[in-house]
Design a protein around this ligand. Structure first.
Ligand code: GDP
Ligand code: CA
Length: 322
């Protein structure tokens, strides 16, 4: 099997930060990658079921992503949205024409009664994503955000309100009754390495880990578990994770990420700029490893992925040898 994709790596990932890590890992010749994505950002628009984080993973891994914005399809037009706008529909959720095709397909298959996991798998394969894309659950789970103006759906908060309102509380509708997808549990059980992407811990990773049985599966897994911090030098690269964590009384830095992943990850990769937090992270039971964790180019993604893979796989080899 030399040189073959002989290491099974399972990545837990949200949208943009998750997709960068996914692309890096998918580029490693010795890795067979399965990505468990986040479905709690999903919502209905114009009668169509939209799954933003799963689509960001698919489009990124298939290399059709709009690289300037990090989401959506490259070379996109918005004529369908123009028509909807003319007809008086709410069009704050930017959906491109090519993108609409996928939402139509997903909705059509859901209406036929197909499992969401099967649809996501088939879409990833048809796009040539080069990794398995798995859903944590086939049930409907939706993040809701309480602000001073009341409860908002996640996309109302994230896209319509541009994350401006203070977050007072987060809720995940349907999460407590969701059942884990068997493929996701198997990917955790069979992995040689489990990676938690530098995704938003509160609204991307928490709704994956919160599916009943998922955290227990992670704890029971034999594989080493390496998380990568979404904070660099005490700041997020993009998005509201820092403000959300602060507003909810959590540390808005790599130590706050360690607190979230305590007992679930055994290693936390942080940026050199956050080396000062290593002691606190170690005290929470995670081994801190410093690196350069900003991923701008494809080379950055593959380099960080190589380091993450080597960290975990070296450890797995040591443990097998012992
Ligand atoms: P979303 O679903 O599109 O919001 O994306 P994710 O939840 O997957 O990722 C959002 C997080 O990714 C943010 O907290 C960012 O700080 C983090 N992020 C984005 N780019 C990078 C990067 O290059 N390196 C690291 N370490 N984190 C990143
Ligand atoms: Ca997201």
């Amino acid at each position: 099997m030399s040189g073959a994709q002989n290491h099974k790596v399972t990545l837990l990932a949200g949208g943009v930060g998750g997709a960068k890590m996914a692309e890096g890992l998918a580029a490693l010749p010795d890795v067979a990658l399965s990505v468990i994505g986040n479905v709690a950002d999903d919502d209905d628009f114009h009668g169509l079921w939209v799954s933003p984080d799963i689509d960001t993973l698919t489009y990124s891994l298939a290399d059709v992503i709009d690289r300037t914005q990090g989401w959506g399809v490259a070379d996109e037009s918005h004529r369908a949205l123009e028509t909807l706008n003319r007809l008086g529909a709410d069009t704050w959720m930017s959906l491109g024409d090519r993108d609409f095709g996928l939402h139509i397909y997903r909705t059509m298959r859901r209406l036929k009664g197909d499992r969401p996991s099967d649809i996501a798998r088939d879409v990833a394969r048809a796009f040539g994503a080069g990794a398995e894309i798995l859903l944590p659950t086939d049930n409907k789970v939706q993040t809701r955000v309480r602000t001073d103006a009341g409860w908002l759906s996640f996309q109302e908060y994230f896209v319509r309100e541009r994350c401006a309102p203070e977050v007072r509380e987060l809720a995940f509708d349907g999460l407590d009754k969701a059942r884990p997808a068997p493929e996701a549990l198997a990917a955790i059980r069979q992995a040689d390495l489990i990676v938690i992407a530098p995704s938003n811990p509160l609204v991307s990773i928490a709704p994956i880990l919160g599916v009943p049985g998922m955290s227990a599966a992670l704890r029971a897994a034999r594989a080493p578990k390496v998380a990568v911090s979404p904070f660099i030098g005490g700041k997020v690269v993009k998005g509201p994770a820092d403000r959300m964590m602060a507003a909810l009384g959590e540390r808005a830095d790599a130590a706050g990420v360690a607190a979230r992943y305590r007992g679930l990850a055994d290693t936390l990769v942080i940026d050199h700029a956050d080396a000062g937090l290593a002691g606190e992270i170690r005290a929470m039971g995670l081994a801190p490893v410093c690196s350069e964790i900003l991923m701008t180019t494809q080379e950055d993604k593959a380099r960080l992925a190589r380091e993450v893979a080597d960290l975990g796989l070296a450890r797995a080899n040591r443990e097998t040898a012992a």
